[in-house]
Design a protein around this ligand. Structure first.
Ligand SMILES: Nc1ncnc2c1ncn2[C@@H]1O[C@H](COP(=O)(O)OP(=O)(O)O)[C@@H](O)[C@H]1O
Ligand SMILES: [Mg+2]
Length: 285
């Protein structure tokens, strides 16, 4: 007579809950292997977050740190293009998804999961949060010294999920002289302040253009005063990055400017910011 085994059955709702709990455990496990986690954020688009994130990652890799970059910009994942790894196929192993690697930087982007780079992505809030949590739980970064997290603009689901789910060392905020006078920048700062995650500082990008003919600085994007605003909001000012015509070219061809032209004004300034983060965040612990 066959013994009747009583199978433990969960309802679909219970199974979903168990899966989510397991995901939280996995996030903690994965993130605990990464010594320093730094997010790059801004209330505004097109201010240079991805450029700065990619170049900071390159600067840390150059210093010999085991470095990764995670791109959670679902609507505009530019990191693969900026590092020349667009369209790479992912490897799925029994211990998670392997990041793509170039220039000593491990890279993972939501862009790798999109069917076509031209296809517009329409994901609703809960789904976006789900995608990011899945990312955090399933990407096998291994042991890293530094992980830079590039965020989409604004104060929506993606930055919020990162602020709530990743034990961040701090946030680097980015603005431009033009954007700083707008409310979006303050909203971005307040989002981080509310989350109690430390703000490492704020960078003013595209700040003036040094005319190659007369060497005079031309304030193409106006002259909003980020330093003054930072002081008022009690946020450290990380300095100004000049407009540099080689930067978009370097991004489009997949080599960050700190690697392609380390002696350029912008590469030197980004390296100084990396030095500051090294001194205040990495070597502090
Ligand atoms: N300092 C700079 N000088 C010149 N172009 C820049 C500079 N910073 C960023 N860019 C360019 O501006 C555009 C937007 O930058 P990006 O990093 O994609 O911004 P975000 O991630 O905030 O949307 C890109 O084409 C980039 O190459
Ligand atoms: Mg971006």
């Amino acid at each position: 007579m066959a013994t009747e085994e009583k199978e433990l059955k969960y309802s679909a709702e219970e199974e979903h809950k168990i899966k989510l709990m397991q995901q939280e455990v996995d996030i903690v496990r994965r993130m605990s292997k990464i010594k320093h986690k730094i997010a790059v954020m801004s209330g505004k688009g097109g201010v240079g977050k991805s450029t700065i994130a990619v170049n900071l990652a390159a600067a840390f890799a150059k210093k010999g740190y085991k470095t990764g970059i995670m791109d959670v910009d679902i609507h505009g994942p530019n990191v693969p293009m900026m590092l020349g790894v667009e369209g790479k196929h992912l490897i799925f192993t029994s211990d998670g998804i392997q990041p793509v690697e170039t220039e000593g930087i491990k890279i993972m982007s939501v862009g790798f999961f999109l069917d076509s780079l031209d296809s517009p992505v329409i994901w609703r809030g809960p789904k976006k949060t789900g995608v990011i949590k899945q990312f955090l739980s399933e990407v096998n970064w291994g042991d890293l010294d530094v992980l830079i997290i590039d965020n989409p603009p604004g104060t929506g689901d993606e930055p919020l999920t990162i602020l709530q789910s990743v034990p961040l060392d701090g946030v680097v905020l980015v603005t431009t002289p033009q954007a700083v006078v707008q409310e979006d920048v303050r909203k971005g700062i307040n989002l981080v302040l509310d989350s109690k995650v430390p703000i490492i500082g704020i960078v003013e990008n595209m700040s003036g253009f040094i005319c190659p003919h007369c060497n005079e600085e031309v304030p193409i994007f106006g002259s909003g005063n980020t330093e003054e605003m930072a002081k008022k909001m009690d946020v450290h000012f990380l300095g100004k990055l000049p407009l540099n015509v080689e930067t978009p070219v370097s991004s489009d061809t997949g080599t960050p400017i700190v690697i392609k032209d380390p002696n350029s004004d912008i590469a030197i300034k980004i390296s100084e910011i990396a030095n500051y983060i090294e001194k205040t965040v990495i070597k502090k612990k």
